[in-house]
Design a protein. Structure first.
Length: 168
């Protein structure tokens, strides 16, 4: 199967995409791109329908007009990681959840540290919203794009929700 590489500029920096003809496998910040790139050494630099859709949906997200993503995803990971990443998609836009909450959601209530580690390995940033996971005390914790990007994303989603609420 051929994989394709493309990148796009966003308000949180350059994002690197790896896709095949039908699915997005990677959406990475510069900081975690070198690690994820190693999994796709033969990726061809080219735009695809998937990368165009991803870029368009990211533009809508950052413009505040898109809260949901429809890009088909195919991340690589262990069964546990895939379960954790799937649970991330259940965290509503503009809200946060703790690692403990995520562990409970996947029916592994004592696995909050493992959930945190799996979140750190998430290859599809923003679309699989690990930025919405915070420490049990409410503190922001690590993020592949850096804490500044995490703060930005959370604040952005809050501002969009506030605008939507005040307009209703």
């Amino acid at each position: 199967m051929t994989h394709y590489y493309h990148s796009c500029l966003t308000p949180v920096g350059r994002l690197h995409l790896i896709s095949d003809e039908q699915h997005l496998s990677v959406l990475a910040f510069d900081s975690n791109w070198p690690v994820l790139r190693k999994h796709y050494p033969d990726a061809v630099t080219a735009e695809t329908d998937v990368s165009r859709l991803t870029a368009r949906e990211l533009e809508d997200y950052f413009a505040g007009t898109g809260q949901l993503f429809t890009v088909p995803l195919r991340p690589r990971g262990t069964m546990f990681q895939l379960q954790v990443w799937d649970a991330l998609k259940a965290i509503p836009y503009g809200t946060t959840a703790s690692y403990g909450t995520q562990a409970a959601r996947i029916k592994r209530p004592t696995a909050s540290r493992a959930v945190g580690h799996a979140n750190g390995q998430n290859p599809i940033s923003i679309l699989v919203p690990c930025h919405r996971v915070i420490g049990g005390s409410g503190a922001l914790t690590g993020y592949a794009g850096g804490l500044a990007a995490k703060r930005f994303l959370l604040a952005h989603e809050q501002q969009v929700l506030e605008k939507l609420t005040s307009a209703a």
